[in-house]
Design a protein. Sequence first.
Length: 269
Amino acid sequence: MDHAISQLLVPPNQKIRLADIDPDDTHGVKKEDSKEILKQNLKRLSVLQYLLYAEARRALLVVLQGIDAAGKDGTIRHVMTGLNPQGVRVTPFKVPEGEEKRHDYLWRVHNAVPEYGQIGIFNRSHYEDVLVVRVHNLVPESVWSERYRQINEFERILEENGVTIVKFFLYISKDEQAKRFRARLDDKQKNWKFSPDDVKERSYWDAYIKAFEDMLRECSTRRAPWYVIPANHKWFRNLAVSQILVETLETMKISLPKPAADVSKIRFE
Ligand code: ADP
């Protein structure tokens, strides 16, 4: 699995062609082995979260992007399930409204950055401002094209201030998206998830792919890397994301803070 992880990382300034990546890829991992590895990863995540919370000096920010039905919600449900809710905050980013619209695009994002000790999960993010915004020409190219640099600078500021950032692009095929939309239409339990807008957005598939490729090339940095997760197989997606989160937290080398007093000397009735 470790070997696979390095293959999922987008090296800085690397031109990515998503057509060269197989969204069905499972990097040699077998489904029957994945359950046990996922279980171990979730256990480890819970221990690492405890350390992060206890240390309370740094935070982890997890960014999830992907086309509609790529599995952002499912990833949160399956991978974050063992975490202590007191130390996690999920923020979904929708079409900006009200106060959000009256500020620069990073305002609402900065406001949602996790406190020290916490894990913050962005379900969509500031990257929408170079994705949907670009695909639908919501601002001119002269505006969105400057945002890659602005985003890198913003993330650099966060990183220098104790926020470790890890970004996942969940990559599904167009056929897989159709399958998932069909399931939303056929399964009464899933009908609520279906929006007619999804079908309209699907017709912009190629424009989205191009926008994703540029986002990956421009904004995968050493400090805030992007990982492309082949996500047609949900079990592999969950496994890969959990593994990368464990490894990211481990590289932070978090340890328990020193007790405030010499605990061996404390007596009470
Ligand atoms: P989900 O994330 O589950 O798909 P919604 O169906 O409410 O949730 O979709 C949120 C929508 O908000 C998406 O279509 C997304 O592209 C859009 N959105 C998010 N951020 C922005 C933004 N900055 N500008 C325009 N649209 C945005």
